[in-house]
Design a protein around this ligand. Sequence first.
Ligand code: NAD
Ligand code: UDX
Length: 476
Amino acid sequence: MTFEIKNICCIGAGYVGGPTMAVIAEKCPHLNINVVDINQQRIDLWNSNDFSNLPIYEPGLSEIIKKCRNKNLFFSTRIEEQISSADMIFISVNTPTKKKGKGAGRASDLKWVDASARQIAKFAKGHTIIVEKSTLPIKTAETIKKILKTKKKNLNYNSTESIEEKTFEILSNPEFLSEGTAINDLKDPDRILIGGEDNDAIDSLIKIYSHWVEKEKILTTNLWSAELSKLIANAFLAQRISSINSITALCEKTGANISEVSLAIGTDKRIGKHFLNASPGFGGSCFKKDISNLVYICESYGLYETALYWQKVIDINGWQKKRITNIIIEKLFGTISQKKIAILGFSFKANTNDTRESPAIEICKELLEEGCNINIYDPKVNASQIEIDLDQKQTPNSNFDCLEGGWALSESILECVKEADGLVIMTEWQEFKKINWEEVANVMRSPAWLFDTRLISNSKEAEYAGLNVWQLGFAN
Ligand code: NAD
Ligand code: UDX
């Protein structure tokens, strides 16, 4: 028997909570969905009438918000109220790497999950299904259960009010969306994974997804397999990127070409063609955090070889960023102090405004450290975000001639490359694929270099226009 779901509450209005609930609202108009957050500013932006200024940029998202908001999709900070009236609660809060204390730099910080569980324990009424949407260490459901159980027993014997029993079921339903393609991923997922112990609760969630996802794509497992599979999926994806990135250096030394190698190996069905694009390293809020967490979990079970194996995936990623910075400095005659470098792209991948763990951050910081002045252009990332990421205010005057280690945000590609000695393509934004190299070469300072870390430029045209070209994974 499925438990009838009418009201859904989602705790956390971020990159996962916002788009996921928007798609559920669109596909299930009979459901009432409340997305709640402690961040008032974020909620105000979700409720803003300027649909180009939602807190998250995702292709296709603003159209759904326009259609569903204030009909069956609501954003607010009324957390207690929405928890009380929900039949099903998704926990979509952040689970970043711990910054201090035990496990700092590796373990996930679960304080926001803990706080959510306590709020649910306090305010939920009747029977409630709790869905873990956040990516969590294996066995987190055990902790959540304990928090919910304590509150159930916490009866107030002095009160004359009748105490209604609260009951809970916990499901793990990790999210596999990628930023930049989140709406498509949510509408047409490869699979939906639901782990749980209670068939009725599982069926209630299956019923929701069945409104748009074929039954065959909905996998059910035990709680621990679902929790662990999310970490392992991210670890495998990141491992492919580190594998191909480790080979870029070998290609550069030998004359093999990384694009040809990717194609040649990826056409083998057993290997597959996806996630073999060489890059300055994987960024984003998930890969490093989740593998670090996996390493930490393995170590805590005494599985040191497994931990070491996955740690290497992270190490290669750091090495790739350092390697690229060193090549830039070397090509610009060993010194970049007071030179100007244009950075094209600051987000961690195309089609998102998210900069978390973007390789551009570390590379820019190192260039600034060397005394270089940088101009940054990104179609979606704003100056205040870059100030936070670089931990440095934007230089007010973009005339850098007598400066050392300043940065400024440009409004266009041409403004960004003006009088620059080098240009680095960091993100694979569509507009960078169509650059007019003649125009660019005309405004750069000669001898000018193009460093293409995403392999998206037409190197022949750039060379013809007079630029020196370095491409990742090519002998140049
Ligand atoms: P996010 O930081 O964008 O959003 C989380 C939101 O939760 C924030 O707005 C925060 O204010 C809110 N929050 C925290 N504690 C709260 C509380 N007690 N009550 C109400 N709101 C609270 O994070 P995200 O990128 O959406 O990621 C959320 C989870 O999903 C993480 O575990 C992440 O690993 C996982 N995940 C992320 C992605 C992705 O692409 N970003 C994909 C799959 C899974
Ligand atoms: C990832 C997972 O793909 C997704 O399933 C999970 O839910 C969240 O984490 P996301 O981080 O949003 O998604 O983007 P993804 O497309 O995986 O890219 C991550 C990073 O890897 C980006 O910096 C991207 O540029 C890089 N990447 C990706 C490569 O360097 N090469 C590739 O071939 C693919």
